[in-house]
Structure formats: structure tokens, C-alpha cells
Design a protein around this ligand. Structure first.
Ligand code: ADP
Ligand code: MG
Length: 474
């Protein structure tokens, strides 16, 4: 597999129904065409006729199924760009999800370049957000805490709001946002459309729906993985060998990117330690990380400079990371739905993927439940007989370079690509994903040129300025 393939997890969708059958403006249809959204994904096909008709909606579909565009098209079709007031608001559980949603809405809103979309999340100062709000925004996307803060300071006014979206509602409830959401919803006009998206249906969801949605239609797309795309295997382990077994699987399968799920945060920490001691490039996502550290972890994993990301279900939910060759269930989850959700991360797009589960004797009943609920036959293999054909260390193909200076310095991806392929003399194929954040720019380069790239970038200029560059390595 080419390590430089840009990461895009666009669902393969040349076969679904066309967007043209929806009452969308010709300009919006042209944008969809430009974005190569040639057909609707199943959740879009199921929900857009309902939302465009103005109904409230509760929708459930797996990660990566195109939920963002499903609500974005509904809210964009109601925005009046000449009216300078917040007309739509999307609540998301975390800043990175809010950023992903903001970007997707911006892409879809290209047809009308005077629609202003701002993101309001914690972790940055209030002042610039207040300024942007003062200049008028049509759509705000943010986390409940920060939105609440703006409402209490009266820097955000919602009296013209006509669409409220709760994205990843289950995750927001997991994070204890029920009361904040309730407060925010009460500040919105009663006469509005409310759309709620959720991957699972915990109890709090119906409570939210009962209080804040009006006769909602429900759309539930249960996961059907195309069998054959995800190859599942189960391995019996004793608990004391479990963490070592992850290393064995990695050495046998040699996947470029693996998401390893643990049931607890402690297990994540322990596994990280074991993997690192064995020389794997592994990182973990957990709630204790600062925002900037979380960003860096996700960037390194998404651009293929980290082999293994260790996470709990909560930490990994909703992230749009694709092209995973493998998912390892370090612990078997008691909930078959969560199992299906976990393994759905691999085998996306056209690539096949491995879903490998480690299972102790006391977890056998969980596997039985999974096979019963999902209708698969578990394929068991012996860890002891797994051949290790290649014993060289598993090394990620890319290295992430961090350039100090980002959006604030007006650096754009093209500036960095230009610096590397211009004077520095590297080829386009040696440069991977480029991500610009407020303060920093991250660029993936092939491992063999990393040192040279740092030297040349530091000696040369990006956007006419000298820059500080370092490699992010664990
Ligand atoms: P979800 O919120 O369900 O996890 P996203 O909205 O993040 O999924 O969408 C996943 C990816 O699919 C994104 O990269 C998005 O740009 C792409 N996508 C969404 N709808 C379509 C479509 N109709 N055709 C092609 N790609 C799409
Ligand atoms: Mg989403």
C-alpha cells in the first residue's frame, strides 16, 4: 500500500441515490458535484427527505457514514446569507469533532461564499470568538461548555436560530453535558427544527428527545458490514499474556495503522507502556491530554507516522480516521453493538481490514453474544502457532514534522508543500498529509527524508520567513 495515499474516508458511494432528487438549490448541487459527492450515503438518503421537509429527526448511524453532510445540507438550505444573525447551531462533544464539522460545512457552503461559519470551543481565549460573533455569523459550531459561556455573557444570541443540531449526542451525554445541552436548548426559539445524531441509543437520548424534539421522525441504520471486507479472528489468551499478545499480532500482521481498543483507561496506559518497551510507535488518546497534545496524537496517527493508537471507546468515538489495516480488541467488550462499531473502523472504503480480538476464558460468553447478535461464526486461531515471518521492527512509513507557526501566521498547506518540493528539492510523493492548526503546521514526510527535510526547512523559508522545525517522535 502506498503510504502517501491521502487519508480520506469518503464512503464508496457511486451506487446510492442521487442528490438531484432532493429539493436542493442548483448551486448546492453543483458544489456536491465538485466535491465528488456523486450519490447519497444511506443515512443521507434516509434522513434528507425528512429534514428538508422541516421535521425534527433522531438519527442513528455508524461513524464515517456521512452524518455531517446529512445535517449540514438541511441547515444550509435554510440559511439566508443576507440576514446577519445566527440561524443554525451545531453542538459537538469535543473540539476536534467541532473542527471536523466546521470544515465539512465550510466545504459544502462554498456555493455561497458569504455564509459565515464559526467554531466556538474551549481551549482558546474568548476574545477572538467574541469579535467574530460581533461581526456576524450565520452558523456556529461548538462544544456545550463554551456555547453556554457565550450565552451567559450574552455574546451569542439565538433568537433568530431556526436549526439546532446535536451531533454525537450519546458522546455528549457520556461526557456529562446533559444539563448544559438542556440549558442551551431552552435559550433557542421554540419554533425551530432540532436534529439529533447519535451512534448508540443510551437512556439519556430518549430523555433529550422527549424534552427538546418535536414529534421527531426516527432513522436507524443498523450496521451491515460488507462481509469479506472485514476479516475477524479471535485468539484465546490468559489475562497475564494479553498485553504481550498485542505485540505478537502486530508482528504477524504488520498493519501500517492499528486502532487498539481497551475497556479501561488503565489498560490503555499499561498497553502503551508494553508496546513502547517492545519498540512499537504507539500513542494513546485519553481525557487527561491537553487539547494540543490530543491534536498531535490524532495528526500523527492519521498521517501514518504512528503505528498503533490505543484508546477506549469513548476516546475514539466519532473520529474520522480511516484506512486502518487493523482493529485489535485488546479486551472483548460486553456490548455486541460496541464490538460492531469498533471493528467497523477497519475495512473501510475499498480496502480490506483485520479485526482481531483477544479473549480470555471469562470473556467467552461475550464472544458468544457477539456471534449470536451479528450472525458471524467466530474464527479461532492459536496465538502460539502464528508465524512471525518478518522480525524487523514495525516502523511507520512517515514522520511528522512540526513547524512552529500556523493559521495565525497565515501559513497554508501549499506554502509548506512549496517549500519542500521547491528549493528543498523533495518530490510530491515524499510529502504526506499537511495539517495547519492555529499555532503549528504539521507535515508528514517519508521516514527516510525526515532529517534532511528538517535541515532544509530550518535553513530555508516558509512563506518568506525562517521557521523552527522539529520531528514529533514518541
Ligand atoms: P460521520 O459523521 O457519520 O462519522 P462524516 O460526516 O464525518 O461521517 O463523513 C465521513 C466522510 O465521508 C467525510 O470525509 C465526508 O467528506 C465523506 N462524505 C460524506 N458524504 C459523502 C457523499 N455523499 N459522497 C462522498 N463522500 C461523502
Ligand atoms: Mg460525525
Amino acid at each position: 500500500m502506498n503510504p502517501n495515499t491521502p487519508l480520506s474516508s469518503a464512503p464508496a458511494n457511486t451506487s446510492g441515490p442521487s442528490f438531484k432528487q432532493l429539493p436542493l438549490s442548483p448551486a448546492l448541487l453543483a458544489t456536491l458535484q465538485q466535491l465528488e459527492y456523486h450519490a447519497m450515503t444511506p443515512i443521507q438518503a434516509a434522513s434528507l427527505p425528512i429534514t428538508l421537509a422541516g421535521h425534527d429527526l433522531i438519527a442513528q448511524a455508524k461513524t464515517g457514514s456521512g452524518k455531517t453532510a446529512a445535517f449540514a445540507l438541511a441547515l444550509l438550505s435554510k440559511i439566508n446569507p443576507r440576514f446577519f444573525a445566527v440561524q443554525a447551531m451545531v453542538l459537538c462533544p469535543t473540539r476536534e469533532l467541532a473542527d471536523q464539522v466546521t470544515q465539512e460545512i465550510r466545504r459544502l457552503a462554498r456555493f455561497a461564499d458569504n455564509i459565515k461559519i464559526i467554531s466556538l470551543c474551549g481551549g482558546t481565549t474568548m476574545k477572538p470568538q467574541m469579535n467574530s460573533l460581533e461581526h456576524g455569523a450565520h452558523i456556529v459550531v461548538g462544544t456545550p461548555g463554551r456555547i453556554l459561556d457565550h450565552l451567559q455573557r450574552e455574546t451569542l444570541k439565538l433568537d433568530a436560530l431556526n436549526t439546532l443540531v446535536l451531533d454525537e449526542a450519546d458522546r455528549m451525554l457520556d461526557m456529562g453535558f446533559y444539563d448544559d445541552i438542556a440549558y442551551i436548548a431552552k435559550q433557542c426559539p421554540l419554533e425551530r427544527q432540532t436534529l439529533m445524531f447519535s451512534a448508540t441509543y443510551p437512556e439519556g437520548i430518549s430523555r433529550l428527545a422527549k424534552h427538546f424534539l418535536h414529534n421527531p421522525h426516527e432513522v436507524k441504520l443498523l450496521e451491515k458490514h460488507e462481509s469479506g471486507k472485514i476479516r475477524q479472528r479471535f485468539y484465546e489468551v490468559h489475562n497475564e499474556d494479553r498485553l504481550q499478545a498485542v505485540g505478537l499480532l502486530l508482528k504477524h500482521y504488520r498493519p501500517v495503522s492499528t486502532l487498539a481498543f481497551c475497556n479501561t483507561k488503565q489498560q490503555c496506559r499499561d498497553l502503551l507502556e508494553v508496546l513502547r518497551a517492545q519498540g512499537f510507535h504507539a500513542l494513546t488518546l485519553n481525557g487527561d491530554l491537553e487539547q494540543r497534545e490530543r491534536d498531535q496524537v490524532l495528526i500523527q496517527f492519521a498521517n501514518r507516522s504512528c503505528s498503533v493508537l490505543v484508546a477506549t471507546d469513548v476516546a475514539a468515538r466519532g473520529l474520522d480516521i480511516a484506512q486502518l489495516e487493523a482493529v485489535i480488541n485488546v479486551d472483548v467488550t460486553p456490548d455486541p453493538e460496541i464490538h460492531t462499531h469498533r471493528i467497523g473502523r477497519t475495512g473501510r472504503a475499498e480496502e480490506a481490514g483485520w479485526a482481531l480480538s483477544l479473549c480470555s476464558a471469562s470473556e467467552m460468553r461475550r464472544v458468544d453474544n457477539i456471534t449470536k447478535e451479528t450472525g458471524i461464526t467466530a474464527e479461532w486461531q492459536e496465538l502460539a502457532t502464528l508465524p512471525i515471518e518478518d522480525n524487523s521492527p514495525l516502523v511507520p512509513p512517515m514522520v511528522t514534522l512540526q513547524i512552529l507557526g500556523g493559521r495565525k501566521e497565515k501559513i497554508r498547506p501549499g506554502d509548506v508543500l512549496g517549500a519542500l518540493t521547491g528549493e528543498a528539492g523533495f518530490t510530491r510523493e515524499q510529502v504526506g498529509k499537511i495539517t495547519v492548526t492555529d499555532q503549528s503546521t504539521y507535515v508528514a514526510v517519508t521516514r527516510n527524508i525526515a532529517r534532511e527535510a528538517i535541515r532544509k526547512l530550518s535553513a530555508g523559508k516558509v512563506k518568506g520567513k525562517t521557521v523552527k522545525v522539529r520531528a514529533l517522535e514518541d
